[in-house]
Design a protein around this ligand. Sequence first.
Ligand code: IMP
Ligand code: MG
Length: 187
Amino acid sequence: MQIADVQDIIDHEMLSHDEIVNRIHEVAKQIDKDYAGKTPIVICVLKGAVATYYELTQAMTIPMKMDFMSLSSYGSGFESTGKITVRQDLSYDVAGEDVLIVEDIVDSGNTLHWLVGELNRRGAKSVEIFSLLEKPARHTAKVELKYKGFVIPDEFVLGFGLDYDEEYRNLDSIAVIKPEVYKGANS
Ligand code: IMP
Ligand code: MG
């Protein structure tokens, strides 16, 4: 799905497909260097991180293992509730392993704050994060992002894995939704 397919609900495109993919490939090069000689478990936080995860792992040249975890903090609205539930857990035991989390966006930071704590409780040797997007204006929980794609303003975005009410994850770029679309949904 491309931007032309969703003109009616989009205010403007924020990041083009090429900008996003080029940035992810730069991050992959850095990760290759930082993890040289190691075999990290790279965790995809479902569902939002799928597009980023695919581009990142294809571009990586070092050995790695894939794992997936589904967490929920949002429901289908706009505000993070702060309470995290595990919908689908990892298949690997991360004790003694180098773990790299791949996320779509850090908003309040609640999800990643909880996940980093949980992986440390399970005995991971190291835990680092790559988040494609960061909205610093909205952080309430402290998270350290070793790798990030783009810092963005406090606007609701969709595409490249990010959803609005579970749709538009398959848009191949990142766009800002028209305010009247979500204002209409909230009232
Ligand atoms: P946090 O726990 O508040 O940091 O929220 C993280 C999750 O909220 C992300 O993984 C997304 O699924 C969702 N989220 C936060 N901001 C946006 C947005 O602008 N568009 C779509 N989803 C978002
Ligand atoms: Mg989401």
